[in-house]
Design a protein. Structure first.
Length: 259
């Protein structure tokens, strides 16, 4: 299927592995030149080489912390006028709310709310002028179904969701869309790390605990970064201009919503 975005340019944040990498690879396979970011330079450049070899598109790797002003400035200097922006950042720690002090809350809000808003602010007017823009924020299923151990994520990502709901409807008339992808359990390193912590807290070995978590998903498995990337490509497509301010669950049916 031709999504009509060949020759476009995309920024994908936190793209050296996991869901960000899945989105970058999927966009590149559609002929989109990609500018990828992550904090770890070695892993980032390895991913850049992998994408180049697989797709032949132009890949620019900018190592840096996207949650810091300096990191955002370096990324935007390399690509000031993207057609597509995929916002992504590592989620905050899991745990009990009693363990989170004010500094942890401020970091969670900065990383998962303010950072994507600042990137949107930097690129959206150019998209409006060019009459094309696709912004996808990777958030979490916890936006729709909050999980107690994800309290930092619940709060910060809900704030971003509320902001996007308003802005998306202001810019839609310019063929600029802003939508959110809400992942559930995916086979990523973050998922594995989180399950190890939860298994230890429950007093279970990791394999037993992980199998039980997988069995609780109606699809009877965890998702893959590759299929997550395909959903991202769909929202970034030229034909997706009528999808505005939506929160798309990609969770194998884990969250049961009738409406």
């Amino acid at each position: 299927m031709d999504y009509g975005i060949r020759g476009r340019t995309a920024i994908i944040c936190a793209a050296s592995q996991g869901l960000g990498k899945g989105c970058a690879m999927a966009l590149a396979r559609e002929g989109v030149d990609v500018v990828i970011n992550a904090r770890g330079a070695e892993a980032l450049h390895a991913t850049a080489d992998e994408i180049r070899a697989a797709t032949g598109v132009k890949v620019t790797a900018i190592a840096g912390d996207i949650t810091a002003m300096e990191g955002r400035a370096a990324l935007l200097a390399a690509c000031p006028n993207p057609d597509i922006l995929v916002n992504n950042a590592g989620g905050p720690p899991i745990g009990d709310f009693r363990d989170w002090d004010e500094a942890m809350w401020q970091k969670a809000v900065n990383d998962n709310m303010i950072t994507p808003i600042m990137l949107i602010r930097a690129v959206v007017d150019g998209m409006i002028e060019r009459r094309f823009g696709r912004i996808v924020n990777i958030t979490s299923r916890s936006v729709k179904a909050p999980l107690a151990h994800l309290g930092l994520s619940n709060g910060a990502r809900a704030g971003l969701t509320g902001f996007v709901a308003g802005l998306a409807r202001q810019v839609a008339k310019h063929n600029v869309t802003i939508n959110n992808l809400l992942p559930g359990p995916f086979a990523t390193q973050r998922q594995t790390d989180g399950l190890h912590k939860l298994a230890a807290k429950a007093g279970q070995d990791y394999d037993t605990f992980a199998r039980a978590q997988m069995a609780a998903v109606p699809a009877n498995r965890f998702g893959t970064p590759e299929e997550f990337g395909q959903a991202c490509v769909f929202l970034c497509g030229a034909g997706a201009g009528f999808i505005v301010g939506q929160n798309l669950l990609i969770d194998g049916g884990a969250v049961n919503l009738s409406m």
